[in-house]
Design a protein around this ligand. Structure first.
Ligand SMILES: Nc1ncnc2c1ncn2[C@@H]1O[C@H](COP(=O)(O)OP(=O)(O)O)[C@@H](O)[C@H]1O
Ligand SMILES: [Mg+2]
Length: 392
């Protein structure tokens, strides 16, 4: 057996630790969508980088597929039209289901025709067109108002799924990257299909950075009430322990003496670090040999180095001199930093002069504002990295 740990963005962990409550609650909602053939409140999962948002989304996507659902997956990115990506992903899934003869009949043909209308409306030039050999559905998804058209598309998709005795899951990862117009359209569309006179079995889960709830609320004020929000935080010590222990048992090894506690302490509950550290530790042993504090100490060092390479250094290097000065002043704090403190540490009289710099760092995804007057890093462990980098 190869190394049991799986570090890296979106890589499925061997054991998904500490997320039982979120997954079972969302899966129960999904079950209800399926049973009642109606929508449930859409879900938003937010958290810092490396907390496990993408793998949680994948878990739900796998679950949906295993139940025979229509499952759509999109990763939003800056500068790309979310509507176009959604249309593309829906097309790919519908084509797959058609060739597998899993979806057929009138409702399905109608969904394809609505998708065709939608596609023509968002991309009249046909530059990104994909081959739907079907006439557009007149009067559907062709108003030119993205929110209405998206609602038509999701509605038709939901009806086709219901007709086939199933339901639809739509997952959008990195949702904070979508434009405010696309987010507004998404909010309206989800609102309409959820509350319309003929609700459809469509379930939505979006994931993104901690700023996402605020961004959605900025797009539409009712977003705060419409979505069910879940926050992914660091793992509790018990969950972190399970994340380390289960894969190692599978591997045919075990933790000896204080080895496990040292590894748990170094991770501070950060899932990404656990995968990386477990990986670096297991690289050094040959089962059935046990893991001792020696391998753990080396593993921690290697994992820090890997995370520095993959997460921290690129972010640090991306910042300007001024930006670095700002982040150095932040790194002194354990949690979020108050703007007034940062100003003082940078030798400024007030925080007012820092807003341009702060906004720039927020735009670059390095920091975010957890609440008014505060800023924090978007990756856990960034402050430690900066302090260590400064010592070298
Ligand atoms: N609950 C968990 N238990 C164990 N490992 C996890 C867990 N959640 C995430 N990971 C690991 O952490 C890393 C980052 O996960 P990812 O889903 O990409 O985070 P995010 O999308 O929040 O940035 C991956 O290597 C993944 O396997
Ligand atoms: Mg992710």
């Amino acid at each position: 057996m190869g190394n049991p740990f799986n570090p890296g963005a979106g890589r499925k962990p061997p054991y998904l630790a500490g997320r039982g409550q979120v997954t079972s609650s969302v899966k129960a909602d999904m079950q209800r969508v399926y049973d009642d053939s109606e929508g449930m409140r859409p879900v938003i999962v937010s958290g810092l980088r490396g907390m496990g948002k993408t793998v949680l989304l994948r878990e739900l996507d796998d679950f949906a597929r295993s139940q025979g659902w229509v499952a759509i997956w999109v990763e939003a990115s800056k500068g790309d039209s979310l509507a176009r990506k959604l249309a593309q992903a829906i097309y790919v899934e519908l084509r797959r289901l058609r060739s597998a003869e899993r979806l057929t009949g009138r409702a399905f043909e109608h969904a394809l025709a609505v998708l065709r209308s939608f596609q023509l409306k968002i991309d009249p030039s046909g530059a990104y067109s994909f081959g739907i050999d079907i006439d557009p559905a007149k009067g559907y998804a062709d108003s030119g108002d993205l929110s209405l058209d998206l609602g038509d598309l999701l509605g038709a998709l939901g009806e086709a799924a219901r007709d086939a005795g199933t339901a639809v899951l739509i997952c959008i990862d990195e949702l904070q990257e979508a434009s405010i117009d696309d987010l507004r359209a998404l909010n309206v569309a989800l609102h309409n299909i959820g509350q319309g006179s003929a609700p459809v079995p469509v379930f939505f889960v979006g994931a993104g950075l901690p700023t996402l709830p605020a961004v959605l609320a900025e797009a539409s004020t009712y977003a705060e009430r419409m979505y069910r929000f879940y926050t992914l935080d660091t793992l509790e010590p018990e969950a972190a322990k399970a994340a380390y222990v289960e894969p190692v048992e599978e591997y045919g090894s075990r933790w000896e003496g204080d080895a496990l506690n040292a590894a748990i302490e170094a991770a501070a509950g950060y899932p990404y670090f656990i995968q990386q550290c477990g990986f670096c530790i297991c690289e050094q042993i040959e089962p059935p040999a046990a893991i001792t504090v020696v391998e753990v100490a080396a593993g921690i060092e290697l994992a820090r180095e890997e995370l520095a390479r993959g997460l921290y250094r690129s972010r640090w290097d991306r910042a300007t001199m001024k930006g670095k000065e700002f982040m150095r002043a932040m790194a002194i704090d354990d949690g979020a930093s108050q703007l007034g403190d940062i100003a003082q540490r940078m030798g400024k009289k007030s925080a007012n002069g820092l807003s341009v710099l702060r906004d720039r760092l927020i735009r670059d995804g390095l920091i975010y504002a957890p609440e008014r007057g505060y800023v924090a890093f978007t990756v856990p462990g960034m402050a430690d990295y900066i302090e260590r980098a400064e010592e070298m």
